[in-house]
Design a protein around this ligand. Structure first.
Ligand code: NAD
Length: 356
């Protein structure tokens, strides 16, 4: 077991990487004798609810699976259930599931009575390596990804890679894309390591999975501590490939392409665009694409049947843009991502017109 401590603004919390049972005392301390609501979906509750219920008294609140949970109806349902359970502001809520459940539960707990504690118990590779840490919460609205959200840091995060044994291959690969992202942003050595061990991570080696999750969490904590609310440009680096990805998800129809799959294509596009602008060696952009393809992740828009021409209008409306200027995370090479202000929309249009 390993504990990583995070300080984000005025909040500090622990992230425990290890078996859920090792976190028994931390969970019981936060619960303080109360029955805690657990927001989860039917599948995850059926597979893993018992393990949690063996540790402390919990009451499941079931929401739809995947991206479908992240909407106004889901948010309203949670607020209604929290009210019916008469939760007070100190009463923690548990999010047990993937990033969608974490995003929805994080938002509902952040809004309820102006904020009650949330404990994240992520059960997908993506949520363990990335989304459970950092306090970003959101639902989709008006056809756009993560349009409505807030920052609400967790009280505790428990990442147990044992949960991943029941995850299907597609979800696993989608989570792997976010692991590759951390390497591409600032850790060339990790990318080299992934080229050697990616297969072991995907095929179920627990030790390698835990090492990958731990490295990503440690990297994310460093970024979140330096820029807790995405204000100074540092945290924006975590969005490498994401401006393309969010547009791909919106065009494909929210939920039809998995977030990590869209991120995989987004990272290939961001690397290739960087190469086209002469910022990054073409050989490194090709290496990124090769690695993601070897992990059986989609690397082209054609694979997800998205028309490249449809992306630009959505990318122009991205949250990271400021004063009408297009902001994109680009790359000087593997492990050297940077935030570029004032990306030329015409160059981006021409690039998109040239991709598969
Ligand atoms: P998900 O939460 O959308 O779906 C997970 C699916 O896997 C569900 O069908 C669930 O039932 C199933 N599942 C979960 N755990 C399982 C297990 N252990 N065994 C078997 N099945 C299991 O998928 P995701 O990739 O975890 O999350 C994607 C979401 O995360 C997107 O909405 C994305 O926008 C969000 N996200 C948020 C952040 C953040 O910082 N807040 C970062 C990255 C992504």
């Amino acid at each position: 077991m390993m504990i990583i401590s995070a300080e984000a603004g005025t909040c500090s919390y622990d992230i425990i990487v290890g078996a859920l049972e090792h976190a028994r005392s931390s969970l019981r301390r936060l619960a303080a004798g109360r029955t805690l609501p657990v927001v989860t979906d039917e599948r995850v509750w059926f597979l893993h609810g018992e393990r949690l219920a063996a540790i402390l008294p919990v009451e499941p609140i079931l929401v739809p699976e995947g991206e479908a949970a992240k909407d106004w109806a889901g948010l309203r349902q949670l607020i209604a259930r929290f009210t019916a359970m008469n939760l007070d502001r100190s009463s923690p809520v548990i999010a047990l599931g993937g990033g969608s459940i974490g995003d929805l539960t994080g938002l509902a707990s952040g809004l309820f009575k102006r904020g009650c504690p949330v404990i994240h118990i992520p059960t997908t590779l993506l949520a363990q390596a990335d989304s459970a840490v950092g306090g970003k919460t959101a639902i989709d609205a008006e056809g756009q990804k993560n349009l409505v959200g807030m920052f609400h840091q967790p009280a505790l995060v428990l990442a147990d890679v044992g949960f991943l044994d029941t995850l299907d291959e597609r979800q696993l690969r989608a989570g792997y894309a976010e692991i590759v992202k951390y390497a591409l942003i600032g850790h060339q050595i990790v990318f080299d390591w992934l080229e050697d061990h990616g297969h072991a991570i995907l095929s179920g080696n627990r030790e390698m999975r835990e090492e990958a999750v731990r490295q990503c969490i440690a990297a994310k904590v460093r970024v979140v501590e330096a820029d807790p609310e995405d204000r100074n440009g540092l945290r924006a680096l975590l969005n490498f490939g994401h401006t393309f990805a969010h547009a791909i998800e919106s065009v494909a129809g929210l939920g039809s392409v998995l977030h990590g799959e869209a991120v995989s294509i987004g990272m290939v596009l961001a690397s290739a665009f960087s190469a086209k602008l002469g910022l990054c060696p073409a050989s490194e952009a090709a290496r990124v694409r090769r690695h993601l393809a070897q992990a059986s992740l989609p690397t082209t828009l054609a694979e997800v049947r998205v028309d490249p021409g449809a992306l630009l209008p959505l990318m122009a409306g991205d949250k990271k843009n400021q004063a009408g200027r297009l902001r994109l995370v680009l790359s000087h090479g593997i492990g050297r991502a940077f935030l570029s202000d004032g990306v030329d929309a015409e160059q981006l249009r021409q690039f998109l017109a040239s991709v598969e």
